[in-house]
Design a protein around this ligand. Structure first.
Ligand SMILES: [Zn+2]
Length: 530
């Protein structure tokens, strides 16, 4: 029996053989009856490569049939084509009866028996005209629920103007709401079984990004009480720490650099009493040991006896689910293997790719096995994991797919190769600095400029990222620098969410600073963590 997703308890009971079997069954149903009829991009990709989607029996067949992987750049250039659209096929309108029939077949094949019965029963009423118009309304409503985009969050790599959106439907939100609890449950499972209850606090930045929203939906379900705050917004850090104290928060979620450099630093300087057991859930950036140690130390100084630090892994494109660590040095478990599969691939010299063996590192590649709105198959996320295993976790005993040591490829050349574009992570947000440079050069008063990524404290590789912009104004603009500075700040903030420090130089000074003949347009001088 194929399920839509596992609860955490079911996940604990199911072994990796059963999971793999269900994954492939869901993959087949999804590709044949959801992606092939309704996804304009993959329909075209299959046709261009002479792929019969009914030949794809398991995820590994993606490599067997040499189906091209999708790079971020490709997605950015074809945003609309990645959204499931059942109303059209190859450029023509699709009759409503066929739309309903496709979804009914998909529901049947993917084990969604309630949805299957709903469409069948209402379809019969429409056909036999017994209560037909009401049945028709119900079907229409269901289609809207399933397919109409409700909201988006922004993915990385803005070319110009708005960053790339990933669209979610109401159905996606339902899936998200089932899955995001598990990323939290895995962190505190051993405590919960002893009667521990969580009072949680959301310290992700509130923005159209996955982090805050997923945390909000998840913590709202698994907490005894939930402080739905946010980082870097309306409430200053000292007030947030005060709130944490008042409500006796024992579960914090946020980005590592913000938590270490703002929230917990403030806590260290404040009169604050930590609960006995505290869990800190980190995501959005690579987690360095120093950062985690600093957070643990502060909490212990404030009286915590046991601190668990857990990392989560997701991307805007993974949309409705995540991977989460079971312990600080444990692997990342895919908590919803029936919704999506994370697979690692390697590239061969002839340009082809393969799925890696259990002991090999590879590039993280995403396959959706469910969901509507924007859907990805064989999508290269640009992260590298040391290896993926299927089996019993040596740390927590969960038996399923899990991977180790996830990190973002930061090397520009490698990024171009893997994703088709180069990005830098700054304060947890992924920023395309090449595009920022183009946006800034379009300002009429600027002759030349250099973008520099640095650290607030250059002696502390774990301190907050900052952005310095060195600007040489055109000679006509000399004397009116304050307007130019605020314009540069505005454009930068708009396209990167970071407020830069802007310094005005003469053209000669800038040339000298940026390396003269070999002009460095973008410079990353952040000290590397040890
Ligand atoms: Zn584990």
């Amino acid at each position: 029996m194929v399920k839509t997703t596992f609860t955490f308890q079911e996940l604990k009971r199911t072994n990796h053989h059963e999971i793999k079997e269900m994954q492939d069954k869901k993959f087949r149903a999804f590709i044949r009856y959801q992606v092939w009829p309704n996804h304009p991009y993959y329909r075209r990709l299959f046709k261009e490569n002479n792929i019969d989607p009914f030949n794809l029996t398991c995820i590994e067949d993606w490599a067997k049939y040499k189906i091209p992987l999708v790079r971020k750049k490709e997605y950015k250039d074809h945003l609309r084509e990645f959204v499931l659209n059942p109303t059209q096929v190859d450029g023509s309108e699709r009759p409503p009866a066929e739309i309903a029939r496709n979804l009914m077949t998909y529901a049947q094949e993917s084990g969604k028996s309630a949805l299957y019965r709903f469409i069948r029963n209402n379809g019969i009423r429409v056909k036999t005209r017994i209560g037909g118009s009401a049945a028709m309304e119900r079907l229409k409503e269901k289609m809207t629920y399933q397919y109409a985009p409700l909201q988006f969050w922004l993915s990385s790599g803005r070319a110009s103007g708005l960053p790339t959106p990933v669209f979610l439907t109401r159905y996606d939100y339902e899936l998200l709401s089932m899955n995001c609890t598990k990323a939290g449950q895995i962190a505190v499972d051993s405590w919960v079984s002893q009667g521990w209850e969580m009072v949680s606090m959301n310290l992700f930045p509130h923005a159209p990004h996955l982090g805050w929203h997923a945390t909000n939906v998840g913590l709202g379900q698994i907490s005894k009480f939930y402080v739905a705050s946010s980082a870097g917004g309306a409430i200053p850090s000292d007030k947030l720490v005060e709130m944490a104290g008042i409500f006796k928060v024992n579960g914090f979620a946020g980005m590592p650099s913000y938590l270490r450099n703002r929230f917990f630093k403030t806590m260290a300087d404040t009169k604050y009493e930590a609960p006995d057991k505290v869990v800190v859930y980190l995501a959005g950036e690579k987690i360095y040991d120093t950062v985690a140690d600093d957070i643990v130390n502060i909490l212990q100084e404030k009286g915590a006896k046991e601190v668990r630090i857990i990392g989560g892994y997701a991307s805007s494109e993974s949309k409705v689910s995540f991977a989460a660590q079971c312990a600080r040095h444990g692997p990342y478990h895919n908590v919803s293997p029936l919704m999506l599969a994370f697979e690692l691939v390697k590239f061969n010299d002839d340009g082809t790719y393969d799925f890696v063996e259990d002991d090999e590192s590879g590039y993280m590649t995403l396959f959706h096995l469910d969901s509507t709105g924007t859907v990805f198959e064989g999508f290269l996320l640009g992260d590298v994991a040391s290896h993926q295993e299927r089996g019993r976790c040596p740390v927590c005993g969960l038996d399923g797919p899990f991977f180790w040591d996830i990190g973002r490829t930061n090397d520009t050349e490698m990024q171009m190769e893997v994703m088709g574009l180069s990005e830098k992570k700054i304060k947890g947000a992924t920023v395309n600095l090449t595009a920022l440079r183009a946006d800034l050069l379009a300002l009429s008063d600027i002759e030349e400029l250099q973008i520099e990524v640095a650290k607030e404290d250059m002696n502390d590789p774990y301190s907050m990222d900052i952005l310095n912009i060195y600007v040489a104004p055109k000679s006509s603009a000399i004397g009116n620098h304050s307007a130019l500075i605020s314009e540069v700040m505005k454009v930068t903030k708009r396209s990167t969410e970071v407020t830069p420090s802007v310094k005005i130089l003469t053209f000669e000074q800038l040339l000298e600073k940026a390396g003269g003949m070999k002009f460095m347009e973008i410079l990353d001088i952040r000290p590397k963590p040890a």
